[in-house]
Ligand binder design. Structure first.
Ligand SMILES: [Zn+2]
Length: 498
């Protein structure tokens, strides 16, 4: 019913044009004034001036419109739209899944049809269909990624069909025409919306036609990134730009990560570091597909960066979803993505390489979250556990030992056990170079005998932040960290907190 109403409305619009043109013809005949003087501004054909009024009447009657309808993830079939309007959605993270396109050939002055296909996830190009039939898939949750549309028959002599696709992460591509590819191929990146317009041959395109699609297999200079995560007992299938690796909401920690840029040009590489539960940041920097794992420990945070010439051409973005926390904001180019302090694992990650200067994917920033877990004390020496304790807490012949001594190499970074405020940073009696931090939860923590201090009085430190380096200053016989915890002016055995 709606289609019929639409048709009638357009019929009357056309009828108005017909009436006006008929009047012009009549007036021309009566007065002898050339119809050229009343030339319709919209007609820009080279031969327009040569058309006589009758031809122009015929052309107006033969104007063809285009109707199309998108099938969208979680929504289903939308209402149909016309002539350059948006079908699908933008900014909702919903995939276009299928498409129907129809020509409205008033009076059948133009004969011919419209043919189209969608390139879909796991399927590739779906069968070419025409004139209102369904291209793509419905009911299987498969995202469409690219579109191809063409005209055939007499109408192809009169019109060009232009269309452009809005893709996740990329936004609007430029206008493709007459069977060109619009969207992305081979990137696991969903198409979200499409606009389609018929333009008379010889008339200008609706907008730029410079870049209609991305296909990493043909555009060697286009950024692409592949990655995989280790979940449960194995590595997941490698995915590309924008696709999730890992799981969400299944409480399955990511235990490893491997990242590569198979399409890179120049002398470039991708580098990444991992922060693992109970261990902290690994010293090792992983490159170009190396598997970053740590004896089955969950991954809590990552930092990933492009190195070499690609660093000048592209920006790298990545985003992680964390157990009980959800998706954090996007990080870029070496920033930390993940959490610290809560023992919460990364469950999923996705990444993107975009040309330098492209807008950052949203939400950008806040990619790292310091989890304020009052129960949780961070072990202050990454890579060295409690087995390194050389002297425990308690009374000795010479008096109380007011902390624990942890023997580790000179220069080992010391991380704050909890977030707090620094009240001592420097030489402090027999403690040598020492930092004292008042935790947000009230305890005073002494980090003593440092070789160098890494903070200042009054500074706020975050749990896990480096505040100094192991040494043997003050009353000490060898490199170690003396860790003391004072609660309500009572020395308390620090080991109780780990
Ligand atoms: Zn000591």
């Amino acid at each position: 019913m709606e289609m019929k109403g639409d048709f009638m409305e357009r019929f009357f619009k056309k009828l108005n044009t017909v009436v006006i043109l008929t009047l012009i013809i009549t007036l021309s005949a009566l007065t002898g004034i050339s119809a050229e003087a009343n030339s319709t501004p919209g007609v820009s054909d080279v031969n327009a001036q040569e058309l006589n009024a009758e031809d122009r009447l015929m052309q107006a009657m033969a104007t063809t419109d285009i109707d199309y309808t998108a099938h969208v993830q979680n929504i289903g079939w939308q209402n149909s739209v016309q002539d350059g309007q948006l079908a699908g959605t933008t900014g909702m993270d919903l995939s276009l899944e299928a498409l129907k396109i129809q020509l409205e050939n008033d009076y059948n002055m133009n004969t011919g049809s419209i043919e189209y296909t969608l390139h879909c996830q796991n399927v590739g190009w779906t069968p070419v269909v025409s004139d209102g039939q369904v291209a793509g898939t419905t009911g299987s949750g498969l995202q469409a990624q690219a579109a191809c549309i063409n005209l055939s028959g007499q109408i192809a002599q009169t019109y060009d069909v232009y269309y452009r696709v809005h893709s996740a992460y990329y936004g609007w591509f430029d206008w493709a025409k007459n069977g060109e590819v619009a969207g992305t191929l081979g990137l696991d990146t969903k198409a979200e919306a499409i606009e389609i317009e018929l333009v008379k041959k010889g008339s200008p395109a609706p907008g730029s036609t410079a870049k209609t699609y991305v296909d990493p297999s043909t555009l060697s200079n286009e950024g692409i990134i592949s990655y995989t995560t280790f979940v449960n007992n194995g590595w997941m299938d490698v995915v590309n730009n924008g696709a999730d690796s890992g799981t969400v909401g299944l409480n399955l920690p990511v235990l490893g990560l491997a990242v590569n840029t198979p399409n890179k040009e120049h002398d470039s590489s991708i580098e990444y570091k991992g922060y693992f539960s109970n261990v902290g940041w690994l010293d090792q920097t992983f490159r170009d597909g190396e598997q970053a794992t740590c004896g089955g420990q969950p991954l809590e945070a990552v930092a990933i960066a492009l190195k070499g010439l690609d660093d000048y051409s592209y920006d790298l973005y990545y985003q992680v979803s964390v157990q009980d926390v959800g998706w954090l904001g996007w990080a870029s180019d070496g920033q930390i993505a993940g959490t610290n302090g809560g023992g919460k694992a990364i469950e999923a990650i996705h990444m993107l390489i975009l040309p330098k200067g492209s807008p950052a994917p949203a939400p950008y920033g806040d990619s790292f979250k310091q989890l304020e877990n009052p129960q949780f004390w961070y072990w202050p020496l990454n890579g060295y556990g409690p087995e390194r304790i050389t002297s425990g807490f308690g009374y000795r012949a010479e008096g109380i030992h007011d902390g624990i001594d942890i023997g580790v190499p000179q220069g080992t970074p010391i991380q704050a056990c909890k977030s707090g405020t620094v009240i001592v940073a420097g030489w402090y009696y027999g403690y040598g170079i020492c930092a004292v931090v008042v935790n947000d939860t009230g305890e005073k923590v002494y980090y003593a005998h440092m070789s160098a201090i890494g903070t200042t009085v009054g500074a706020r430190v975050l749990q896990g932040q480096t505040i100094g380096f192991v040494g043997s200053t003050g009353n000490s016989t060898g490199p170690h960290l003396h860790l003391g915890v004072l609660i309500n002016n009572n020395w308390t055995n620090p080991i109780n907190f780990f």
